[in-house]
Write a protein that binds this ligand. Sequence first.
Ligand SMILES: [Zn+2]
Length: 208
Amino acid sequence: MQKRPDRREPAASTAVPAVRTPPRPVPEVEVRRSARRRRTVTAYRENGRTVVLIPAAFSAAEERRWVDQMVAKLQTREERRRRTLASDDELMDRALELSRAHLDGRAVPASVRWVDNQNRRWGSCTPADRTIRLSSRLRGMPEFVVDYVLVHELAHLLEPNHDQRFWALVHAYPRAERALGFLEGFEHGATGGRPTDDDDLEPGAVDC
Ligand SMILES: [Zn+2]
């Protein structure tokens, strides 16, 4: 079921539907100065924080200017990523593509959709009705990570349990190990290692 925006009249039929963007926390920025760096500045996300590497010789003013610039650049890049796979239809198409590429096209979901109520799981799958749900926390993450979660849930359509057969299917996706590492690092940074237990797992869904 589609979520409708609150406090708004239903959109006219000619209107382009707005892309739903979840609220994003302001990222914490860590500046690291490097004596080896002379001119180059690099920025990346690490465990939910933004890390900016700058030359040790930068003044405070240069640091501020470059941090602002690099944070804006990262956000633009992430917005661009967020726009791909924005809709459930695009997610479904991507799932079918991955199934063909890595699972001989044997995993065919009935539906694949984004959900906002999965804060501990990255995805879930109900083999009985072949539905797959992906946590909207994955929006904006690297493509190979979203692909991994899709492959994981697709593999559950063929093998509901996390047994050897299941992992053999998942590892047909070449970047499975790298994606697992990324998600573990992210989870550790995001929750400080504390488990959260506020997910709404639908009846019959696999606990991923
Ligand atoms: Zn699983």
